[in-house]
Ligand binder design. Structure first.
Ligand SMILES: NC(=O)c1ccc[n+]([C@@H]2O[C@H](COP(=O)([O-])OP(=O)(O)OC[C@H]3O[C@@H](n4cnc5c(N)ncnc54)[C@H](OP(=O)(O)O)[C@@H]3O)[C@@H](O)[C@H]2O)c1
Length: 321
C-alpha cells in the first residue's frame, strides 16, 4: 500500500523507519510546508515523491493512506483536508484537540466511506492482547484499582508549552494513561477527580487524575516537568500486574499476593512498534472498514470526552476553541 507522510517533523522520522521495514507498506510520498525539507526527508528515507504542499500530496491519486504527524492543534484541519481528497487517514495522537472536532471528523469519514484511525500505537501492540489474556485468566482476581504514569521533561519544546499549538502534558502524554485505564477497565466511569499545576503559559504542566468507576479506581499522572518510570500497575485480591512501560510495554510481570513473580512476558521483536498500527490500517482498508477494530471510534471518543472534562475542571481552553 502506498503511504504518504504529512508533516516532516520528529515523529514522522520514526514512522518512516517503521514503514521502510514493512513488506506490506511502501513509503510513497512525503509532504512538508517546505519543498526543500520534503526533498531532504525523501532523500534520507528513499521516498520517491516529495511535495512542498500538503494539498498537492493529498491530490496525488496514487496515495492510498496518509499518516498525519503535525501538532495536535492541526490534526482536525489536516484530517479534513485529506478526507476531502478521498484518502484514508492514520492521524497522530491525540486524535483531535476536543471531542467536538473528533465527532465532526468521524462523521466526514463515515459519509465518504473512508478509514480514519488514531495512531495511539499502544492499542495495536501485541503486548495489549497479552495483557488482555492475563486479565481474562483472573490470575490476580477481579481488578480493584490501577495506577499509571507518563512524564518526560519537555519544557523546552514549543509544541508542548504553546497554547496555540494545544500544548500541555495531558494531550501529549496523559492521553496514554487514559488509554491504558480504558483498555483495562472500559469507559463506564462514574466520576472524574483531578488536580493540576499550570505552566506560565497556561497549559497543564502536571496533573493527577482519578477515574472513579462503580467499584474500581484508576489513578493517573502525567507530566511535562519530570521523567517518570512510565509504569502501569493493576491490582487485584490475588496479586498484581506490572506493565513496564505503558508507552510501549517492554515486559509484563504478574505477582502473587506475597510478591512472588508468577509470570513474565517480554515484548516480541518489533521494527519500532509503529508497524502494528500501519498494518491494522492496511487490513481495515483492504476489508472495507472505516475504523480499526483495535481502536474503534467509540474508544477514541471516550478518551476525548475524558480529556475535555479534565480541561473543563482546569478551566483550560485553547485560544482557537
Ligand atoms: N506516537 C508517538 O509516540 C508520538 C511521539 C511524539 C509525538 N507524537 C505526536 O505527533 C505529532 C507531532 O509531534 P512531533 O514531536 O513530531 O512534532 P514536530 O517535531 O514539531 O513536527 C510537527 C511537524 O508538523 C508540521 N507542522 C504543520 N503546521 C505546523 C505548525 N503550525 N507549527 C509547527 N509544525 C507544523 C511541521 O512539518 P513541515 O514543516 O514538514 O510541514 C512539523 O515539522 C503530535 O501530535 C504528537 O502528539 C506522537
Amino acid at each position: 500500500m502506498n503511504i504518504a507522510i504529512l508533516g516532516a517533523g520528529t515523529i514522522a522520522r520514526k514512522m518512516a523507519q517503521a514503514i521502510n521495514g514493512m513488506d506490506s507498506a511502501k513509503l510513497y510520498a512525503v509532504a512538508s510546508r517546505s519543498l526543500d525539507k520534503a526533498k531532504a526527508f525523501a532523500a534520507e528515507f528513499g521516498i520517491p515523491h516529495a511535495y512542498g504542499s500538503y494539498e498537492d500530496m493529498a491530490s496525488d491519486p496514487n496515495v492510498e493512506l496518509v499518516y498525519i504527524a503535525t501538532p495536535h492543534s492541526h490534526h482536525f484541519e489536516h484530517m479534513k483536508l485529506v478526507l476531502e481528497h478521498d484518502k484514508p487517514v492514520l492521524c497522530e495522537k491525540p486524535f483531535t484537540v476536543n471531542a467536538k472536532q473528533a465527532r465532526e471528523i468521524m462523521e466526514l469519514a463515515k459519509q465518504r466511506k473512508l478509514l480514519v484511525a488514531e495512531a495511539m500505537w499502544t492499542r495495536y501492540l501485541p503486548m495489549r492482547s497479552m495483557l488482555d489474556d492475563i486479565l481474562k485468566s483472573k490470575t490476580i482476581g477481579d481488578v480493584q484499582s490501577l495506577t499509571a504514569n507518563l512524564g518526560y521533561e519537555m519544557t523546552q519544546k514549543v509544541r508542548l508549552t504553546e497554547p496555540a499549538l494545544a500544548g500541555g502534558a495531558l494531550l501529549d502524554v496523559g492521553v496514554y494513561t487514559v488509554n491504558f485505564a480504558l483498555m483495562v477497565l472500559g469507559d463506564a466511569i462514574k466520576r472524574i477527580d483531578s488536580s493540576v499545576l499550570l505552566t506560565k503559559t497556561g497549559v497543564d504542566a502536571q496533573s493527577s487524575t482519578t477515574l472513579v468507576y462503580d467499584k474500581v479506581l484508576a489513578m493517573l499522572n502525567s507530566s511535562m516537568m519530570a521523567n517518570t518510570d512510565r509504569r502501569g500497575m493493576i491490582y487485584g485480591p490475588k496479586g498484581y500486574i506490572e506493565v513496564q512501560n505503558i508507552n510501549n510495554p517492554e515486559y509484563i510481570r504478574v505477582f502473587d499476593p506475597v510478591h512472588k513473580l508468577l509470570k513474565e512476558l517480554k515484548q516480541p521483536q518489533q521494527i519500532n512498534g509503529f508497524e502494528y498500527q500501519v498494518q491494522a490500517c492496511i487490513d481495515a482498508i483492504e476489508t472495507g472498514k472505516t475504523e480499526c477494530p483495535q481502536h474503534p471510534h467509540a474508544a477514541i471518543l471516550a478518551v476525548m470526552d475524558i480529556m475535555d472534562e479534565l480541561r473543563r475542571q482546569w478551566n483550560l481552553r485553547y485560544p482557537f476553541e
